[in-house]
Design a protein around this ligand. Structure first.
Ligand SMILES: [Zn+2]
Length: 191
């Protein structure tokens, strides 16, 4: 009996002292708009890098509103892509993107979470004629890039794999989820 009790106590202790669930991918960022904006369109990742989808989220804002860095990093791009003003901030192997935003920062400039990157404009807005910020989170480069749900940085919104399952968020462990998303998505991001 004493051995059984000892085993139970040991299991309880292991449970308490076991591996922490904390990870670097837990929400650590700040919303790029203040006050906390409404999400007017969610993340709809494309099945391949070149397929249709929505590679980020749209946050409701107003013209001229300040846009803030979600995480500390270094400005990787501040300028125009195809006529659309874009700011990108590098965070190690990942980057956050903000558009359409007229930059007040320069490439190579270090920024802290919450620092102002520029001003939201309506040109090329995903919500035209309304203003909204298209906010993206990307890992990797070129064909190896993977789009992630930026709301995971602020603890908002379920992670969705494909628009088809919009009303039924799924976990990465399901056997039929696309391999790209199954093994690249950190486990802690399971909806
Ligand atoms: Zn968008």
């Amino acid at each position: 009996m004493r051995a059984v009790l000892g085993a139970v106590l040991l299991l309880l202790l292991l449970g308490v002292a076991g591996p922490s669930r904390a990870s670097p991918d837990e929400p650590v960022g700040v919303w790029p708009l203040d006050p906390r904006p409404d999400v007017v369109r969610h993340f709809e990742p494309p099945p391949t890098p070149y397929a249709a989808g929505h590679r980020g989220v749209d946050l409701a804002g107003s013209p001229g509103q300040a846009v803030h860095a979600a995480l500390a990093g270094t400005v990787g791009f501040a300028g125009s892509i195809g006529g659309k003003p874009v700011v990108t901030v590098l965070h190690g192997g990942r980057r956050t993107t903000y558009e359409p935003v007229v930059a007040s920062v320069e490439r190579g400039q270090p920024v802290a979470a919450g620092d102002v990157l520029g001003r939201l404009v309506v040109t090329d807005s995903h919500c035209f004629p309304s203003a909204c910020l298209h906010w993206g989170l990307v890992e990797g480069e070129g064909d190896d890039r993977t789009y992630l749900d930026p709301l995971s940085l602020v603890g908002g919104g379920p992670v969705r794999l494909l628009p088809l399952w919009r009303d039924d968020p799924v976990t990465v462990r399901l056997p039929w989820s696309p391999p790209l998303w199954r093994w690249r998505r950190p486990v802690d991001w399971v909806a």
